[in-house]
Design a protein around this ligand. Structure first.
Ligand SMILES: [Zn+2]
Ligand SMILES: [Zn+2]
Length: 175
């Protein structure tokens, strides 16, 4: 019986916490309601970026650890290195500048699909939001080439942007 009592106590404690956070704001997040999964409780939050389905625990909000659905963290590191490229080629100017004029021109030209597979992006961020197509650039000239989905971009990266290897791969596949 002691165990049951403990659960009841925890639940009661969580309920009292519940009254505390609902409607409150933490950075970009606004707590909409309590979300219970098993014995653990989460807070369903809406983020100012438009994500209304972000869940986090009381501690993360109160301690200030979580201030957004993850969008804040994605915006901060501007020159996130592409770990798939060799060290010298890692710098990717404007790679995160989705508001970038050139990006929008490419987006219109490519009709919002990847320049290689001609399909829209399908991979998601950890937050559940679908990624935007990546602005791909020539590592030698630094010039932007077009927009690629994550799969194709990774594929190119794995070939280290080596045209000879790529064309050999196509021949190898019988193309
Ligand atoms: Zn957000
Ligand atoms: Zn693609």
């Amino acid at each position: 019986m002691a165990a049951t009592e403990k659960v009841v106590k925890t639940l009661r404690k969580q309920r009292s916490d519940a009254a505390d956070l609902q409607g409150k704001c933490f950075g970009r997040l606004m707590v909409s309601r309590l979300y219970a999964r098993g014995r653990r409780t989460f807070w369903l939050c809406s983020c100012s970026c438009g994500n209304k389905n972000f869940k986090t625990q009381t501690n993360n909000l109160v301690s200030g650890k979580t201030k957004s659905c993850g969008c804040l963290r994605q915006e901060k590191p501007k020159d996130k290195p592409n770990r798939l490229l060799p060290y010298e080629e890692r710098k990717r100017p404007n790679s995160r500048g989705t508001k970038n004029k050139e990006y929008l021109v490419f987006l219109k030209k490519q009709k919002k699909v990847c320049a290689i597979c001609r399909k829209p992006e399908t991979t998601k961020h950890s937050t559940g939001k679908i990624r935007s197509l990546a602005l791909d650039h020539d590592p030698k000239t630094g010039k932007n080439r077009g927009l690629l989905c994550r799969r194709c971009n990774t594929g190119l990266g794995l070939f280290f942007d080596n045209k000879k290897s790529l064309s050999r791969a196509i021949k190898y596949l019988g193309g």
